[in-house]
Design a binder for this molecule. Structure first.
Ligand SMILES: C[S@@+](CC[C@H](N)C(=O)[O-])C[C@H]1O[C@@H](n2cnc3c(N)ncnc32)[C@H](O)[C@@H]1O
Length: 354
């Protein structure tokens, strides 16, 4: 049965699922807030003991991982992080799929609902690079029809209860830099996933026409259902950031929230070029994503390598190592702002020159 909503969060199929996920949210909280500072300190210590440069901040990552993995505290932390991901996804997936037909028919029925519209082409070819089980999500973003709802429950755990009412998406959108002339008639959320920033953008810019685009059809189908359930007038598209289905100069504001660390490095420049094309002169592009182009202590490097290797984030290391502000400027954009958000993510804003 449908257990309704807790604000903007759909409740899990059963109360037992809710309790199970609550336990894993607690495990993740413990692993990150209580356990990780000790893991980071231990990683630095063993790196230093092994004579690695900069207490592990500058040594080749393979050397650091070899030394750190031999430490039981580090090894146990990695095991907990990976098992927590597996367990959370598996439980939600089993519950959703017990009633797959009902969930799919709800998505089908929602396709024709308004106020917003859903755009996709059944012959759309998804590139292979996007077909990974990112974050260990079973079937990834593309191969499971219910991937959108699965992502919503799974990321509730990922965000450790701090995004149950889209609070972090609202915070991201609060960073978005409007154009200097204040004109915001059209807004695009690239790599919108299930549309939590897209709906928050509409709330921030109520007069604007707001669009969300993502390569994954299961995600944008769910995003559309979710937005129509909330009666928020936004439009969703299945499409590619490197080949946007919009005319040149169409948008005043573009946002990419944690998109770039999930795409292969060879696409960074084509995606920025394409976003620059669809921006009007004076339009702005805001990016919130992993930090990059800086040195990290051993603990952070261990975590990033864990994510890349054991949490299916294979593209992230190249983003973190890149000089992203320079890439933005090389595509003709002018940098306006760069600062850390209240989370570990960084905010960057740039403008298409007049
Ligand atoms: C971490 S998720 C982004 C989360 C989302 N912005 C949010 O508000 O939660 C990255 C998203 O980028 C999408 N993506 C990856 N490559 C893409 C591409 N080339 N074009 C469009 N979307 C892409 C993925 O399908 C995924 O939904």
């Amino acid at each position: 049965m449908d257990r309704g909503m807790d604000g903007v969060l759909p409740r899990t199929p059963t109360l037992a699922d809710e309790s199970y996920l609550d336990f894993y949210e607690g495990v993740r909280n413990l692993a990150i807030r209580e356990f990780f500072p000790h893991v980071a300190a231990r990683a630095e210590q063993v790196a230093d003991d092994a004579g690695l440069e900069g207490r592990g901040s500058r040594a080749p990552i393979e050397q650091l991982v070899r030394v750190a993995d031999a430490d039981p505290l580090v090894a146990m932390w990695k095991r907990i992080m990976r098992s927590q991901q597996h367990a959370s996804w598996r439980r939600v997936r089993e519950s959703l799929y017990a009633e797959a037909a009902r969930h799919e028919s709800e998505l089908n029925a929602a396709e024709r609902r308004r106020p917003g519209r859903l755009h996709y082409d059944p012959t759309f070819q998804v590139p292979d690079y996007a077909a990974l089980d990112i974050h260990l999500q079973p079937g990834g973003y593309l191969r499971e029809p219910l991937a959108g709802r699965l992502f919503h429950h799974g990321t509730k755990v990922f965000y450790q209860g701090e995004n149950d009412q889209d609070e972090l998406h609202q915070q991201v959108v609060s960073f978005v830099r409007p154009p200097a002339d204040g004109r915001v008639a059209r807004v695009l959320d690239v790599g919108c996933s299930i549309g939590q920033c897209t709906t928050a953008l509409k709330q921030r810019f109520p007069q604007a026409e707001v669009h969300g685009l993502d390569v994954a059809l299961p995600l944008v189908r769910y995003a559309h259902k979710r937005a129509t359930d909330l009666d928020i007038d936004v439009h969703f598209h299945q499409g590619l950031a490197e080949s946007l289905p919009f005319p040149s100069g169409h948008f005043d504001v573009v946002l990419a929230y944690i998109l770039f660390h999930e795409v292969p490095e060879h696409l960074f420049a084509p995606i920025v070029a394409e976003i620059t094309r669809v921006l009007r002169p004076g339009g702005t592009f805001s990016i919130v994503d992993a930090p990059n182009g800086t040195e990290f202590p051993a603990g952070n490097r261990i975590w990033m390598q864990f994510d890349a290797r054991w949490n299916c984030e294979p593209y992230a290391p190249a983003f973190v190592a890149s000089d992203f502000p320079r890439l933005l400027e090389s595509q003709g954009l002018t940098l306006l702002a760069r600062e850390q958000t209240p989370t570990f993510l960084w905010f960057t804003a740039c403008e298409k020159p007049l």
